[in-house]
Design a protein around this ligand. Structure first.
Ligand SMILES: Cc1ncc(COP(=O)(O)O)c(C=O)c1O
Length: 432
């Protein structure tokens, strides 16, 4: 069906060497093409909406380094701010004024955040927020949702999304049962299941954590009333509500999902976009809760490189760019055109498909749908997705190598990029 036009000789050589050096040849499992077949493309450079591999092939990119590249890769203003910051050193291990700047920006933007702590990744942010939930409430149990991913810490590796779902892994070996016995799970968008868990564990649940818009089982939006219902239940139960906005923060709106849907959680985790492509995560929320974090309070959490000036600089410049008028309208317009077009092309070619977008986050499932949760997502045609993925790659379109990952656009994506992508989709989907 598809011509194997792509020359990936150098990628193959580098990946073959990498497999002898690193488990699976990658530094993070989702980068491997295990669920879609073939070998990963080894990147050489990135710019705007485009990426180039080591063989010189060019692709329009809808992964955006898994979310951070919302202004476009290697944005000139981010690079120039970084070059300036670099001259002053890469890490201080002491307070730095840039932390205040980014903290003020986050507090100003994200409704729930009155105080913030910077860390180095989304995983770290989620680990710390759970410790804080437990410290503040004096309760140990946690509710998470099937197919949601909150990083790779032990207590979240229960029915997790992202790479765990992509690779079809069971809950990971090496995670002590004692750790996950306090992790309770419910299907996403199922308020009744949450109520039942609270009823079965009275006074024991510290809180509920969720992706307010799911990106790690593919793109799944919350049903009307789901977030508000969780807010109400947690309040009634004296438990905390935590939005993991590592993916959605500054992506689906400047103030994240909580701004978009008008529901304010007690605590929020952030990552990806706030680092502008450098390693940053953060957790924040109500002042009374955050005041428990050391050294203000007794809950310990620390980090050698946390709040380093380079990462802060990339974050500050990225948020500054996003704060300019029209950013989110632009993301919404371009992404709307993309997903509407993709769904139409798929349907025109006889494929059962459903999908959607919010601002610069989108997804498509090869199933009639609707998809409300991970079980629904699993019913989508994985083999078809793999063929689609390979076909699009050969047409110069780089999609996440997994049916269980959302796609991302950026401010650098143009109408021409979208037109080219839809043309590619027509070639691929008409031949499947
Ligand atoms: C919602 C969510 N939480 C947490 C994480 C973990 O973040 P990191 O990969 O930076 O550790 C991710 C990563 O994809 C995520 O999407």
């Amino acid at each position: 069906m598809l011509t194997d036009t792509l020359n990936t000789t150098k990628s193959e050589d580098i990946f073959a060497a990498a497999q002898k050096l690193m488990p699976g040849g990658v530094s993070s499992p989702v980068r491997a093409f295990k669920s879609v077949g073939g070998q990963p493309i080894v990147f050489d450079r990135v710019k705007g909406s485009q990426v180039w591999d080591v063989d010189g092939n060019q692709y329009t990119d809808y992964v955006g380094t898994w979310g951070p590249a919302i202004c476009g890769h290697a944005h000139p203003e981010v690079l120039s701010a970084l070059k300036e910051a670099l001259e002053k050193g890469t890490s201080f291990g002491a307070p730095c004024a840039l932390e205040n700047v980014l903290a003020e920006m986050v507090i100003e933007a994200v409704p729930s955040v009155e105080m913030v702590r910077f860390v180095n990744s989304g995983t770290e942010a989620c680990m710390a927020v759970l410790r804080l939930m437990r410290a503040f409430t004096g309760r140990e149990k946690l509710i998470k949702f099937e197919g949601c991913y909150h990083g790779h810490a032990d207590m979240f590796l229960v029915k997790a999304g992202s790479g765990v779902a992509t690779l079809g892994l069971p809950d990971s070996p090496g995670v002590p049962k004692a750790v996950t016995s306090s992790t309770l799970t419910a299907p996403y968008n199922d308020l009744q299941a949450v109520q039942e868990l609270f009823a079965a564990n009275p006074g024991e649940i510290a809180g509920v954590i969720l992706e307010p818009v799911v990106g790690n089982s593919g793109f799944i939006a919350p049903d009307a009333g789901f977030l508000a219902g969780l807010r109400e239940i947690t309040k009634d139960e004296g438990a905390l509500l935590v939005f993991d906005e590592v993916m959605t923060g500054f992506r689906i709106a400047y103030g994240g999902a909580q701004e978009k849907f008008g529901i304010t959680p007690d605590l929020t985790t952030l990552g990806k976009v706030i680092g502008g492509g450098l390693p940053v995560g953060a957790y924040g929320g109500r002042r009374d809760i955050m005041s428990m974090v050391a050294p203000a309070g007794p809950m310990y959490q620390a980090g050698t490189l946390s709040g380093n000036p380079l990462a802060m600089t990339a974050g500050i410049k990225t948020l500054e760019l996003l704060g300019r008028p029209g950013s989110y309208e632009q993301l919404d317009k371009i992404t709307g055109k993309l997903i509407t077009g993709l769904l139409q092309v798929a349907k025109d070619n006889g494929h059962a498909v459903c999908g959607g977008h919010i601002s610069g986050m989108f997804g498509l499932f090869f199933t009639e749908g609707p998809v409300h949760n991970y079980e629904d997502a699993k019913a989508a045609d994985a083999q078809k997705f793999a063929k689609y993925h390979r076909g699009m790659l050969e047409q110069g379109i780089y999609l996440a190598p997994s049916a269980f990952e959302a796609g991302f656009t950026s401010l650098a994506h143009t109408e021409e990029d979208i037109d080219r992508t839809l043309k590619a989709a027509q070639v691929v989907l008409s031949s499947m």
